[in-house]
Design a protein around this ligand. Structure first.
Ligand SMILES: *[C@@H]1O[C@H](CO)[C@@H](O)[C@H](O)[C@H]1NC(C)=O
Ligand SMILES: *[C@@H]1O[C@H](CO)[C@@H](O)[C@H](O)[C@H]1NC(C)=O
Ligand SMILES: *[C@@H]1O[C@H](CO)[C@@H](O)[C@H](O)[C@H]1NC(C)=O
Ligand SMILES: CC(=O)N[C@H]1CO[C@H](CO)[C@@H](O)[C@@H]1O
Ligand SMILES: CC(=O)N[C@H]1CO[C@H](CO)[C@@H](O)[C@@H]1O
Length: 432
């Protein structure tokens, strides 16, 4: 029972509904952790992180305001915590789908219309603003990373939680199959919710370490070359372009995350086949000249960088200087290609550029073949060869270009189906 009640406390959403109450203190997760678990040893860390905010069954309609006067004396604080729980109103962001509101209406075609619309819309959107949840961002990340992660991964999710589907979940499973000691942070306001927790629970329940965390974007960009860019955006001085702004922000946020914390950024549409720990300061080639083997395009769907790596700084600088929300890919894959072409050979950067087979063994046209069930023996043999080649060769992960194949089924017996079956953990809904 001890454990149950402490988990209850864990699921509290620490939010003051009454902003006039000065006694309310924002306290770090680390502190709560100490207070609550001071006498309660719980070994399953994923359970702790998973239950940190939401326990669906326990807190159906209630949140609590926690009032603390002293969080240095753990025993006292624990008592305060236990005795001063005050049920208040629900703060339920289960279905927060705010990013949608920043998607430009189709009828706004000129630059001036877009700027005007964006200037009006941005303040209403929570995307760039600070609140109780965003202010906890850094301490939640540090607390999570403090567990001693084998390798730290970041993903971003700027779409509604309900669109985090089977393929994303399978991608996550393959990540953990190859990196059981890894820690994955899903940087997302929408997934940092009851609904998001519900989606990820099957993976968390198996002991894998996942944190969904609402980003503090101004904090992430602070003291980076993109800080001024963000301020211009917020003032409404810049054209957001017609490409969904939140998605394009992802191109920038991944850079800022790695700059601040180091680790691996991975898009949510990779099937991971192997451990990445041999890779350092690495960017992957998407396409190369077949004769010279020189890369022709790099991609930012996977980035592996040490903390404060100067190339990340260069990427952010380029983003801020050349942001163009009207050109697909301009701030993402094209950007990293442009910058690496310019400074990548700088000897101090120790940059490793891996060939296409490492992460992009198929382009977005070839990937369609990976979805298909073999129709005859020749095709079956091809599938077998391909799967073996990918599993045994120098492929770390397969980018499946999900935005291009979202509507196509992964057929039974196909290359992708076989790869996923080989590398999944829960393995539900592969053929969808
Ligand atoms: C675009 O459409 C919205 C309604 O969907 C309308 O309120 C707005 O005035 C339109 N703007 C322009 C510039 O046509
Ligand atoms: C590159 O490697 C050298 C030698 O190991 C090291 O001194 C230097 O700090 C590295 N540079 C970066 C940007 O990591
Ligand atoms: C197998 O199917 C493919 C595609 O339908 C076809 O091009 C190929 O000729 C077939 N091979 C055999 C041996 O039937
Ligand atoms: C402490 C506690 O009651 N935890 C529960 C949280 O919710 C899950 C189901 O969603 C239960 O399995 C846990 O026991
Ligand atoms: C201009 C730009 O970089 N656009 C990107 C916006 O985000 C989508 C989805 O991530 C990318 O495909 C575009 O390339």
């Amino acid at each position: 029972m001890e454990k149950k009640s402490s988990n209850n406390e864990f699921s509290l959403r620490i939010i003051s509904r009454n902003t006039n109450a000065p006694i309310f203190l924002i306290i770090s997760f680390a502190t709560i952790f100490c207070m609550i678990y001071v006498n309660t040893i719980v070994s399953d860390l994923s359970e702790i992180t998973g239950l940190r905010r939401y326990n669906i069954s326990d807190l159906p309609q209630t949140i609590f305001t926690v009032e603390l006067r002293d969080h240095d004396h753990h025993e006292d604080a624990k008592q305060v915590l236990v005795t001063s729980l005050t049920p208040t109103q629900v703060h339920d962001d289960d279905d927060s789908e705010v990013p949608d509101s920043l998607i430009l209406p189709k009828n706004l075609t000129t630059r001036d219309q877009r700027i005007l619309w964006f200037r009006r819309k941005l303040p209403e959107s929570e995307l760039l603003n600070s609140n109780e949840l965003t202010r906890e961002f850094h301490s939640r990340v540090l607390e999570f990373l403090n567990q001693g992660c084998g390798i730290q991964f970041f993903m971003t999710w700027f779409s509604p939680a309900k669109t985090f589907g089977n393929r994303e979940l399978l991608a996550m499973e393959t990540l953990f199959k190859s990196h059981p000691q890894g820690c994955l942070m899903i940087i997302s306001r929408t997934m940092d919710s009851k609904r998001g927790y519900g989606i990820l629970k099957p993976v968390m329940d198996r002991g894998f370490r996942v944190l969904t965390v609402t980003p503090d974007i101004p904090f992430l960009l602070k003291n980076t070359p993109a800080e001024a860019w963000l301020n211009e955006m917020r003032k409404g001085n810049k054209d957001p372009g017609f490409i969904p702004f939140p998605q394009n922000l992802s191109n920038l946020i991944r850079l800022a995350l790695l700059y601040k914390y180091g680790g691996v950024y991975l898009d949510t549409d990779f099937i991971v086949l192997k451990d990445f720990s041999s890779l350092r300061n690495t960017i992957a080639t998407q396409s190369e000249n077949s004769n010279t083997k020189q890369w022709t395009r790099l991609n930012n769907a996977v980035l592996i960088f040490d903390i404060k790596h100067p190339l990340l700084y260069d990427f952010m600088e380029e983003f801020a200087l050349t942001f163009n929300g009207n050109k697909w890919g301009f701030n993402g894959p094209y950007l990293v290609s442009r910058v690496v072409e310019r400074v990548g050979s700088n000897p101090g950067y120790n940059l490793t550029i891996v060939p296409p087979k490492a992460f992009y063994p198929a382009n977005w046209i070839e990937i369609r073949k990976f979805l298909k069930q073999p129709g005859n023996e020749t095709e079956s043999a091809w599938v077998e060869r391909k799967v073996k080649e990918l599993n045994d060769g120098g492929t770390f992960a397969v980018h499946i270009w999900n935005s291009r194949i979202r509507d196509s089924k992964i057929e039974e017996g196909s290359v992708l189906a076989k790869l996923i079956s080989d590398h999944c953990i829960i393995c539900k809904n592969i053929y969808t």
